[in-house]
Design a binder for this molecule. Structure first.
Ligand code: ZN
Length: 326
């Protein structure tokens, strides 16, 4: 790796977070601004470019080796395009070019889940692994895989869309149109939805004491012993554990890292995952594979984007990159 700076840009539907870092993940300056998605694509680009200017401060762009951008997908990573995403107005928009037009340095794009995966691999829980799978469970369920030391992107750069793995053919209808996706059962949103159905029913539950029930309240009441809250978590986390066992059997990884809001649910989360791993993953695989909590927390997006810049620049210099612009 070379000496110099990297910039990570975490582009989200509501906010843009940008940071100036070094190759060890040390953050020198970080800014967060509203995305202002409702004002259109050019305004978003202007906001991104302004955050880059702000984190640069007195540092010259020539000292920045590469910029990484993590964005919601689907993307055309190979061509630097945001194809279409529910919370941003872009349609086949070349975000890489829009940044390069202003800043003369390397720019790389990938989806936010792959960026977060790279973040945990380069700076976080998966630092010493060769094969690592990252799972995030919050609003949705997503993830990525590092195979033989490299992010695995697949043929259309949409690989490891694990949220849409079918785990129950009778499960709830998912936003993707399929029934029984793990996202529709085990995400924080899904846990809240199941809890609110229980609140509206005649079943006695302490969840009825809240004005608003999110997954957080379900974890709180389950810990206090509420039967309904415990049952809701038991089901959601069992299916999450089934996902982990399926991933373990598919990839035989050194580690599966869990991030996102659900990972903050405490011991119950990791106990349930371990239970399903023991029940369903093959013996040599489960005996080797560690299950760890993500380490980057709220900085997963922006450090992940920086990790994307670092790893892709390395591949570009070695001429074995997946992403080839210019
Ligand atoms: Zn789905």
């Amino acid at each position: 790796m070379q000496n110099g700076y990297y910039i990570g840009v975490d582009l989200g539907g509501t906010k843009i977070c940008t940071a100036l870092v070094n190759e060890e993940g040390k953050v020198f300056k970080e800014v967060t601004v509203p995305t202002e998605a409702e004002k259109g694509e050019l305004k978003i680009v202007e906001n991104i470019n302004n955050t880059i200017k702000e984190v640069l401060g007195d540092v010259k762009i020539e000292e920045v080796l590469a910029i990484g951008v993590g964005s919601p997908g689907p993307l055309d990573v190979k061509n630097g395009l945001i194809v279409e995403t529910p919370n941003l107005p872009f349609k086949n928009f070349n975000i890489v070019k829009a940044i390069k037009d202003v800043y003369n340095t390397e720019v790389f794009l990938d989806n936010d889940a792959n960026a977060a995966t790279l973040g945990e691999f380069v700076f976080g829980a998966g630092m010493l692994t060769t094969n690592m799978v990252y799972v995030t469970a919050s609003t949705g369920v997503g993830g990525g895989a590092i195979l033989n030391g490299r992010i695995f992107r697949g043929s259309t750069s949409n690989a490891v869309e694990i949220g849409h793995t079918t785990v129950n053919i009778h499960g709830r209808r998912c936003g993707c149109g399929n029934r029984g996706c793990v996202e529709g059962i085990s995400s924080g949103t899904a846990i809240a939805k199941t809890a609110n159905e229980a609140v509206k029913s005649n079943v006695p539950t302490s969840l009825k004491n809240y004005d608003v029930v999110t997954s957080k309240e379900v974890f709180i009441e389950a810990a206090k012993g509420d039967r309904v809250a415990k049952e809701i978590l038991d089901e959601a986390l069992s299916y999450l554990g089934i996902l982990f066992a399926n991933l373990a059997n598919s990839y035989d990884p050194d580690m599966i890292v869990l991030g996102g809001g659900v990972s903050n649910g405490g011991d119950i989360v990791f106990e349930k995952i371990a239970e399903e791993m023991n029940r369903r993953a093959l013996k040599p695989i489960r005996e080797h594979c560690k299950i760890e909590k993500a380490k980057l927390g709220g900085r997963a997006g922006v450090l992940g984007a920086a990790a994307l810049a670092i790893t892709e620049l390395e591949h570009k210099n070695k001429k074995d990159g997946y992403i080839i612009y210019n």
